[in-house]
Design a protein around this ligand. Structure first.
Ligand code: HEC
Length: 122
């Protein structure tokens, strides 16, 4: 019984690892978002938390919402693309070259891909 459970778990883990490397997955991204970003960000337009709402973030001008506490992104002059988001969530401070209250750093490229996939679907 225990061995069977273990094998089933191992198989599930192996399958999810394989799926993770194959392509970005917005369902996984949704979970990661909840865990790593949701404390500070809402996906509802105009609803700001510690950070600005991320509704329609792809193609949106950086620092352009009604959020009052932009720091590093205040007056930014670029639009969010998948590449830029990847750089930002890898290391916000390094990406923007200024101190910021956004402290999240996502080390694994596959995790970043999944999060960005989720953001694209919103
Ligand atoms: C500790 C709170 C916190 C966490 C956790 C956090 N952020 Fe942020 N985020 C912020 C703050 C604060 C800003 C505004 C940054 C500034 O202007 O310095 C921001 C800005 C952003 C922006 C730019 C928004 C705009 O209007 O230009 C994006 C995109 C973003 N965060 C994505 C994410 C993602 C994706 C995650 C999860 C991987 C995440 N953030 C986790 C606090 C957080």
């Amino acid at each position: 019984m225990k061995t069977k459970t273990f094998l089933a778990l191992a198989l599930t883990a192996a399958i999810s690892v394989a799926a993770g490397t194959a392509s970005a997955d917005s369902k996984k991204g949704a979970k990661l978002f909840k865990k790593k970003c949701g404390v500070c960000h809402s996906m509802d337009a105009g609803k700001h938390k510690v950070g600005p709402s991320l509704a329609g973030i792809i193609g949106r001008k950086a620092g352009s919402t009604s959020f009052k506490k932009y720091k590093a992104l205040k007056g930014a002059n670029f639009k969010w693309t998948e590449d830029k988001l990847d750089g930002w969530i890898t290391n916000p401070k390094e990406f923007i070259g200024k101190p910021t209250a956004m402290t999240a750093k996502i080390k694994k490229a596959a995790d970043r891909d999944n999060i960005i996939d989720f953001l694209k679907d919103q």
